[in-house]
Design a protein. Structure first.
Length: 95
């Protein structure tokens, strides 16, 4: 089985860019330390500074499922909605 790539896009509510960026940055290092995490990089859109994009890759579906159960993701789920206008999270299959 090949790895599982993913893209997660979060658009901050107007005026909440800095707070959302800070919250998203708290996810980077702990996630990179998770078993099965191959890539977890945070980006900001050059033309739309409210738009943040994670590019990630996971070794397996099990590793991805474990990511969703971590304390840092729980913290994000608790505090993120107040800062987020919209989100899209997609996991893909390479063809």
């Amino acid at each position: 089985m090949s790895d599982i790539p993913g893209v997660a896009i979060f658009v901050a509510k107007p005026g909440e860019e800095a707070k959302l960026e800070a919250l998203l940055q708290t996810l980077v290092e702990p996630t990179r330390q998770e078993p099965g995490c191959l890539q977890y990089d945070l980006h900001v859109d050059i033309k739309e500074p409210r738009r943040f994009v994670f590019i990630e890759r996971w070794e397996s579906q099990e590793a991805l499922a474990g990511h969703g159960k971590t304390a840092h993701i729980a913290h994000f789920r608790e505090h993120g909605p107040a800062l987020i206008e919209s989100k899209e999270v997609d996991f893909l299959r390479k063809i």
